[in-house]
Ligand binder design. Structure first.
Ligand code: MN
Length: 332
């Protein structure tokens, strides 16, 4: 399914992306599977920008997203089923690899990939990949600037949301002075930081808070508490009436443990696999570990799905993570 197109062109400037988008028409924008606010915000921001320029564009998203992201998606024409039309140029946002596409997505005319994960990817005709970019929304912002697309409150809000989400409120090591300028630009165009913070960070259902309390009361740690992890079982999810996709909030809270260098969250799903997420404060490249398990992402944030029972997954992942952390400590 993921055969490489006969021709693959890696673009090195957002200007080139803008030129291509200007010269063509009829786009279908696809976020990654279990999309986060960067993928959704980038998709909607690009969608709205292209619409302003008079282009035909749709978003294709074959799955439900957690309700807290509704404020981003409400502005777009979202297709739940893929319009199978060769004339539609598919644009992918925020995908490190085509493996991060929802299985329902068919690569009908994979045309452009915009991303900030470790690349390069070659499943689309064109790609712009900037692994130093703090968010895909930053790339979309630059492309829309190059297109001289006028900003408005809605575009600014979705892009600002994506940017602050991926940079953990403008605090990740990928955050540059330019990132703050960009955030300021978006605020000037109408993004409201108080509203976005409320939407992104203050939407926990009360049942989730109870589940978190239980998960936190049982957190594990090793290597002098530098490696900290929490486990959420299917039974806990059912008992508290919480969706597995709602649990991502826990990750940022685990990272606030003073001694933690690396944190891990294990979520048991009812589909026979365990979802594992890694976060690193700064010294350890956790992407190396995720890749060992067929996953991926960034140096500081990544994940994998592991087809093993929960206990075995925890044992193997903790052992591999410890090994990489110990090696990093020796090297430091
Ligand atoms: Mn991203």
């Amino acid at each position: 399914m993921f055969s490489a197109p006969s021709e693959h062109i890696l673009l090195s400037q957002t200007r080139e992306v803008a030129k291509l988008l200007k010269e063509n028409d009829n786009y279908l924008i696809c976020p990654h599977i279990h999309p986060d606010p960067d993928s959704i915000g980038s998709a909607v921001g690009l969608y709205l920008g292209l619409r302003k320029l008079g282009k035909q564009v749709q978003i294709y998203l074959p799955e439900a997203t957690p309700p807290y992201m509704d404020y981003l998606l409400q502005h777009a024409d979202v297709q739940l089923e893929q319009p199978l039309d060769m004339n539609l140029k598919m644009i992918f946002v925020d995908l490190g690899t085509p493996k991060q596409l929802h299985p329902a997505v068919k690569l009908v005319n994979p045309w452009l990939d915009l991303d900030h994960h470790l690349g390069p990817v070659s499943f689309t005709k064109y790609a712009f990949v900037d692994q130093y970019s703090p968010a895909t929304a930053d790339i979309v912002f630059r492309v829309l600037k190059d297109l001289r697309c006028p900003m408005d409150k809605t575009i600014a809000t979705v892009l600002y949301s994506a940017l602050v989400f991926d940079t953990r409120n403008l605090t990740t090591p990928t955050t540059l002075p330019e990132t703050l300028h960009q955030a300021a630009d978006l605020i000037r165009s109408g993004a409201d930081p108080t509203y976005v913070n409320q939407m992104l960070n203050q939407q926990k259902p009360i049942n989730l808070m109870r589940l978190m309390g239980e998960a936190f009361s049982k957190i594990h740690s090793t290597l002098d508490d530098t490696l900290v992890w929490a486990v959420i079982t299917e039974e806990m999810l059912t008992r508290h009436g919480v969706e597995e996709t709602e649990c991502d909030y826990l990750i940022s809270d685990l990272l606030t443990v003073a001694t933690a260098e690396v944190i891990l969250l294990f979520k048991e799903t009812n589909q026979g696999y365990v979802k594992v997420s890694w976060r690193s404060k700064c010294h350890v490249d956790v992407n190396l570990i995720a890749r060992q398990f067929g996953g991926g992402g960034h140096r500081f944030a990544c994940g994998a799905r592991i087809n093993l029972p929960l206990k075995q997954t925890v044992r193997q992942v903790i052992a591999a993570t410890q090994q990489v952390m110990e090696a990093a400590l020796i090297a430091a």
